[in-house]
Every structure is written in structure tokens, then in C-alpha cells.
Design a protein around this ligand. Sequence first.
Ligand SMILES: [Zn+2]
Length: 321
Amino acid sequence: MENKSVSRRDALRLAGVAGLTAAAQLSSANAQTATPAASSSMPALPVNGSGFYRFKVGEYTVTVLSDGQSPPGNTFPNWGANPDRQPVYEAALRENFLDPSRFVNNFNPMIVDTGKNKVLMDTGRGGQNGQLLASLARAGYKAEDIDTVFLTHGHGDHIGGLTMGGQPTFPKAQLVMGEGEFQFWTTQATPNDAVKNNMIALKDRYKLIKPGADIVGGVTSLASFGHTANHLAVRVSSGTSTLTHFADAGGHYILSFRFPEHYLGFDTDKAQAVATRAKLFAEAADTRQMVVGYHFAWPAVGYVKRKDSAFEYVPAFFQLT
Ligand SMILES: [Zn+2]
């Protein structure tokens, strides 16, 4: 507990320094190029920088925030759990210049700023490794700015950043989660620490919704079961523009697209996860909408196209808004 409160102070100090640095960088960037304000009602925010990637979806401002990367580790088997297909997957990774024995995982929460609401989708890992607050500060937001936090599912790398030292990280936020997902995790006989600290301890702050229900106006939950039994993705719609954040229904950015049968070791219902991916990918390809994957390589923003009898993830090339 003592350690946790120290690390909270350190984290806040860090976030403050990062915010000042971001402000300094912004003013020097402004000297060179005019930074367009996202809308007349919002102060100008830094366009893009370390740990955050910002773009428009219709009238909304969307910012993917990095919670950091896990160090390279031999975790590949988890990402291609199909035991009989391991050599095929390893070859595909090598073909894409990825070393199967040195997989680096990414964690990519996202903020949707609709002008009316600032919705944070997932909170990263929290604790010593979590980088979300530093990225948030660089992106020009404070934790108190977030009025809604949506949790896609109950895994620790998605809910872990909801509290720091036992206190809510986002003091003004309404927490929103799928009803089935919340019930599943909070009724375990022996819930894990992440669930105890971030779900059970905060249960009165949660609003529980049905799959497909609005999180706020323009930001909707999307049934995408399989990774967990009640996993929900997020769909953002403004004007004629649509973006889907797959969360963990997106799987791996090479393997899950190229191999329709591919599942992750973490997928609870593997057949359902595979079917969900195929449906989400087909829809994204056919509508040419933008997609984000929680564990895709930073900044994890791109598109889906059909390739042969499967799909391919096409990272969005860097664009200035
Ligand atoms: Zn995850």
C-alpha cells in the first residue's frame, strides 16, 4: 500500500512534467505551422506526438493513447495458440519482419471527444508499467476532463488503470461496462486483484449496458463476443464517418487477418472469437471504415482489406489533421 501511494505521487508528478513538456512543444510547433483547432468550442490540442495519435472521425476528435509496450518476450504461443498451425504462423511473422520469439505487445486505449463528452475507452495496465496518464497529459487532457470511461472487458490490461493507490484515476467519470461482462467478473468465487480493485471496489460508479447500447451519443457498444464471453467493441459514428475500435476482438494484426482460423491463447471461446473476427473484418473491409486494435502495433490505426480468401490490415499512413 505504501509503495502504491508513493508510485501514485510519482505518476502525478510525471504527468505534470509531461504536460509542461507537451505545452512547450506545442508552442514551438505553433511557431512553425498553424495548428487547426478541432472546433471553435475547444482549445487547440497538440496534433500528434509521443504516445498519442489524433485524427478526426466526422466532427469528433479521436486520440489513440499509448499505455506503453511490454518488453520483448517469448509470448508468441499465446498469440497463435492453434497448436497444429505454429510453423505456418511463425513463417508468416518472419515474412513480415517480425521475430516470433521477441513479440512486443502494445496497449492502445482511445479517447473520443464528441464536443459534448470525452469518452475514454479502456484504461491500460495501471501500476508501475502503465503509461496512460503520461500519454494523456502529452495529448493535452487531464484525468478530470474524462467524463465517461468505457471498459470493453474485464482483463487486467484494460481495467488496471481505473484506480491508482486505491483511488479512482478519473474522478469525474461515469464508468460504463456491458452488463454480462461485469456480472461474470464480479461474481467469481475468487476474483483477481484487478477485478477487486477496479470493478468490485467501484461497483457503485458503474452504469451497466446491454450489447449495442449507446455509451454516449455517437459512441456505441458493439457485441463482439469470444475473446471474453461478453466482450464489447466500440463504434464511433459522426456524419458519414465511422470508426470501430475492435478492442481485443481484433486479435493479432498479422495473424488474425491472414488466417481465418487463427485464435489467441487468451480467447475464452475460440470458435466464437474466430467467427466474430471474420464478421468484424468483413464489415470493416466492405465499408472502408477506419479501425483500431487494442494490441496492434502503435499507433494501431488503419483499415481492413480483403485479400485472397482472408483479410489484411493496412496501417494508416501518418497524416496531419
Ligand atoms: Zn487485452
